[in-house]
Design a binder for this molecule. Structure first.
Ligand SMILES: [Zn+2]
Length: 343
């Protein structure tokens, strides 16, 4: 594989902010998905909002029970009125992945299920109706290079494969490199010479049964569906720190292989956050000294682009001191990058 694209949360939107990950995941669900409330008799009508965010409220109660210092959150939520609920969560111990780890230690299966459900609802909620930033990617890049590229993604969302049906007409087929026990997406199995799409944190169209551990590829609309064995199929997604099962570990090995053989690696909207050491290790151990490394990101308008470039240059040099070539930093966003991409 000659060229590898790596997608982080910032790649799933053409705007500066990406899909929620890190501190925003689950916590910003209300903030990113609520809508305007009607005013009835001078007060905002929260009936619909309360219904829609009932699980979220349960999550806040769970957080209060797990971390007593967060007991105030559910009261704040209940007092929100017509404003969006914006808890200020920046301590790593409250990030969704650490919360899951803690619940795992406490063997609180119900809690784990609730947090995962919120992850699903949050990402599903922000993905629906988004413009399709990947349309250009498929048309400008993949059509020309389909035999020589691979994609590694840290995103759970399916924005790239939402374009799947249209891309079939163009001769673009993705392969998750994962053996599913059941596949209910037409067209997925039929084609050869597919482009590897390696999703290291799982995907919202992957499901796994808690009982029989069978995996399923499907367009899931609900958080959980019933398995033929009577068990429940839940999203097959992982957050950093979570222990990976064998099948997903295999995907990480495939990613290593693909990165080792790459002549060019373009990292879009992923910034190697401190909490994701496993991903950093993957790249440290896999990128060859001769690789042409390119970073595509978005510089917010209130920041100085040149300074940001220098900062990132230093950061990447420090992370990957063995790379011989210059590291290219592009900060005008993925959309603009694709417009200029013409080789
Ligand atoms: Zn089952």
């Amino acid at each position: 594989m000659n060229e590898v694209f790596v997608f982080g949360a910032g790649a799933s939107t053409s705007l500066a902010f990406g899909l929620p990950l890190g501190n925003g995941l689950v916590w910003d669900y209300h903030l990113s998905c609520t809508s305007m409330k009607e005013i009835k008799n001078g007060v905002p009508d929260l009936t619909e909002d309360n219904e829609r965010f009932a699980d979220f409220r349960n999550f806040l109660i769970l957080m209060g029970n797990t971390y007593p210092e967060l007991k105030y959150l559910v009261r704040e939520f209940d007092k929100r009125g017509s404003v969006m609920f914006t808890p200020f969560i920046n301590r790593k111990q409250y990030f969704a992945d650490d919360v899951l780890q803690k619940l795992q230690e406490q063997e609180n299966q119900e809690g784990i299920s609730l947090v995962k459900k919120l992850i699903f609802q949050h990402i599903y909620g922000v993905s629906v109706g988004k413009d399709k930033p990947y349309k250009n990617f498929i048309e400008n890049v993949m059509l020309n290079k389909k035999d020589s590229i691979a994609i590694i993604s840290f995103n759970f969302d399916c924005l790239l494969t939402d374009y799947f049906e249209n891309s079939l007409e163009n001769g673009i087929y993705f392969d998750y490199l994962l053996k599913f026990d059941q596949i209910s997406i037409d067209g997925y199995k039929k084609y050869k010479n597919q482009i590897p799409l390696i999703k290291l944190h799982g995907s919202l169209d992957w499901g796994i049964c808690g009982e029989c551990k069978q995996t399923q590829l499907s367009f899931f609309r609900e958080y959980s569906t019933e398995c033929i064995c009577g068990g429940t199929i839940e999203p097959y997604i992982f957050v950093p720190h979570q222990e990976l099962d064998k099948r997903i570990s295999l995907l990480w090995s495939r990613a290593t292989e693909v990165l080792k053989n790459a002549q060019k690696v373009t990292i879009v909207g992923y910034s190697f956050p401190d909490y994701d050491q496993k991903s950093l290790e993957l790249f440290k151990n896999s990128l060859s000294a001769d690789v042409n490394l390119e970073i595509v990101d978005y510089c917010e308008t209130n920041r100085n682009e040149e300074q940001e470039k220098l900062y990132l240059m230093k950061k990447y040099r420090k992370m990957f001191p063995h790379i011989k070539q210059d590291i290219n930093i592009y900060l005008k966003g993925f959309k603009q990058y694709l417009n200029e991409y013409n080789n």
